[in-house]
Design a protein around this ligand. Structure first.
Ligand code: GDP
Length: 613
């Protein structure tokens, strides 16, 4: 890309948000016969702005059978109508605050705009040659200095063809593409749709077409595997017609190129087609402003901390810039290209890998650079608070199954939030997947956290903030956590069988309450010593740390919050004597029926079952 402004002083960059709405107060004004307003106005305020008598406004509205007073607020339509009545044109302007930078329409002066590289994504059915094509493009026309033998590091790279740059993004699959889109990020200008000439249009080809259409990105068809004897490009073009992809040979405007990714044939023609398409799109950006763009991928690097691949979409990103990404901010400490070479600046349409952010952002997060650290910090903080509030707003006040039954029976609830803790990552995924399959038209099951490990205070805080029920699968809360949950009025449901857990949720969704065997936890004892007694087995020398232990109770053994055994108490002793029950603060000896693998530090939890509606 030609960049005549490359040497502009980075301090003179335009700031990001240029919507005039930033200064809302001064904005209600008449300008060249156009009344520009940003918020609703009272009759009195409008009269003043339009330089008319309030009584005239009231009269006009009265004739339309609308009775208003001078202090009454008018809706946008009425303000518009009144403007026209009094001979003004009108325009409503949205107020965009800097923290909502995703929503801002950025206005650049025509003379600041320059050509920017198109951003291209290759999509197609599995095995049609996506990876091979991406490799072929990457390795074509390689300038030695560009590589220096280092393999590419990030999932985005640029090629320069006849002095024009093209940016390629290696989306790992359709899921990544739609995940980004679902987060509101649409970075792709052109989709290269790869279709194998010997296989034709397949399900994922159609999916790719849908994605491209939804993202409003023009398609270039690359008919691949032309070297294969059975290659039939006409059949492919015909099949594409059925999906409204009308290529040039059929009188349409979709470009198509025949290639062999494997034999590296037709690659130059494809690149030319991309440049031609880009020219038609007239892609432009203003390098003389603070950068705005999207996170393509991010990870936590063990040595370097949060590391992100950013795509600059407008403006120029400089090393040392302060950026807000998602709800976090940072100072760019190092910026590198796909070959790990240091970059001082990244122009519009350029991908770069950066370090210096304080947290790992999400792919699809938008970023923006700001003039000072204070700006970036303040805006990140505002965005964080906004997000917390949004999360709170998701709180539907359902923190127990009882709430759930009643809300569903009243036909109110549409979403159930669940925090899920399990004994292993595998079971976390399995239970989450099964729960989410329960979604129906009325109710959405939303697992907001699923992880392996004991139920912790942070789970309770999350459940409380977002109105969630906690499900423990093969894990148990400690006595402290149980108390905390009671205080916060969060219900913890515990299960050992997936089927039972799912059935319970299914019933809840149907608004059915069942007579159930509920557990009444009596108390917990901590194992302090283990005595092996011949012919008897292991006796756990315990301290009752919560509630009480009864000699007739059922019990379970917990190690690090996970259940390792479930059974009954065989015998309970205070010193040498049998005891019926032992209360909190007292020592006791416990023998568990058929279980001798008790360890120091284990928790023995005693419970009884009672029936409850
Ligand atoms: P992807 O799943 O779309 O990424 O497809 P790959 O790039 O992994 O290719 C799938 C298979 O097709 C591999 O065995 C490639 O070697 C082969 N392949 C890709 N392009 C061509 C081509 O142009 N001609 C031939 N004959 N085989 C190809």
């Amino acid at each position: 890309m030609k960049n005549k402004n490359k040497n502009f002083d980075s301090k003179e960059r335009a700031t990001n948000i240029q919507t005039k709405g930033n200064n809302a107060k001064s904005l209600n004004k008449v300008n060249n016969g156009v009344f520009v307003f940003t918020k609703s106005l009272t009759v009195g305020e409008l009269a003043k702005e339009l330089n008319v008598n309030a009584s005239d406004i009231i009269k006009k509205l009265f004739l339309q059978k609308k009775l208003v007073t001078i202090n009454q607020y008018l809706d946008d339509d009425t303000i518009g109508e009144l403007c026209l009545e009094f001979g003004y044109d009108f325009k409503k302007e949205e107020i965009i605050n800097a923290e909502d930078f995703e929503k801002a329409t950025i206005e650049d002066k025509e003379e600041d705009l320059e050509e920017r590289p198109p951003v291209v994504t290759v999509m197609g059915h599995v095995d049609h040659g996506k990876t091979t094509l991406i490799d072929a493009i990457r390795n074509s026309n390689l300038v030695a200095a560009e590589v220096g033998g280092i393999s590419q590091e990030i999932g985005a790279y640029q090629k320069t063809i006849n002095g024009h740059k093209i940016t390629f993004i290696d989306t790992p699959g359709h899921e990544a593409f739609s995940a980004m889109r679902s987060r509101g990020a649409s970075v792709t200008d052109i989709v290269v749709l790869i279709v194998a000439a010997d296989d034709g249009v397949m399900p994922q080809t159609i999916e790719a077409i849908d994605h491209a259409k939804a993202a409003n990105a023009p398609i270039i068809v690359a008919i691949n595997k032309m070297d294969v004897p059975g290659a039939n490009p006409d059949r492919v073009l015909n099949q594409l017609l059925e999906h409204n992809i009308v290529t040039e040979s059929y009188g349409g405007d979709v470009l198509s190129v025949e290639i062999s990714a494997k034999k590296k044939q037709g690659i130059d023609e494809l690149l030319d087609a991309i440049l031609l398409q880009a020219e038609m799109l007239e892609l432009k950006a203003n390098p003389k402003r603070y950068a705005i763009g999207t996170v393509l991928e991010a990870e936590l690097d063990k040595g370097e901390g949060p590391k992100a691949t950013l795509l600059v979409q407008n403006g120029t990103l400089f090393n040392g810039d302060y950026v807000v990404v998602g709800t976090t901010y940072g100072k760019i400490r190092r910026m590198t290209n796909e070959y790990r070479q240091i970059m001082k600046e990244a122009l519009p349409g350029t991908p770069c890998s950066v370090i210096g952010l304080s947290e790992v952002p999400l792919a699809g997060d938008r970023f923006m650079a700001f003039p000072t650290e204070k700006d970036a910090k303040d805006i990140a903080e505002k965005r964080r608070l906004k997000k917390v509030n949004e999360e709170r707003a998701q709180n539907n006040g359902v923190t127990s199954l009882d709430d759930l039954y009643s809300k569903i029976n009243e036909g109110q609830l549409t979403q159930i939030n669940i925090v899920l803790k399990t004994d292993s990552t595998g079971s976390a995924e399995a239970v989450k997947a099964s729960l989410e399959k329960l979604n129906n038209d009325q109710v959405k099951v939303n697992v907001i956290r699923s992880a392996a490990g004991a139920i912790t205070e942070s789970d309770i805080l999350l459940a409380s903030a977002s109105g969630a029920i906690i499900y423990g699968f093969n894990v148990r809360p400690s006595a402290i956590i149980r108390k905390k949950a009671e205080e916060e009025k969060i219900e913890i449901r515990l299960h050992r069988i997936i089927y039972a857990l799912i059935e319970e949720m299914q019933d809840a969704i149907k608004g059915k309450m069942k007579k159930e065997q509920v557990e009444n936890v009596l108390g917990q004892a901590e194992v302090r010593n283990v005595f092996k007694v011949s012919k008897v087995g292991a006796i756990a020398g315990c301290m009752v740390i919560d509630g009480l232990i009864r000699n007739t109770s059922s019990c379970r053994v917990l190690r690090d919050g996970a259940i390792i055994y479930e059974g009954r108490i065989d015998s309970l002793k205070r010193f040498k004597d049998d005891a019926k029950e032992v209360k909190q603060g007292f020592e006791c000896g416990i023998k568990i029926e058929n279980f001798n693998d008790v360890h120091e530090g284990d928790i023995i939890e005693a419970y009884e079952k009672v029936e409850k509606e």
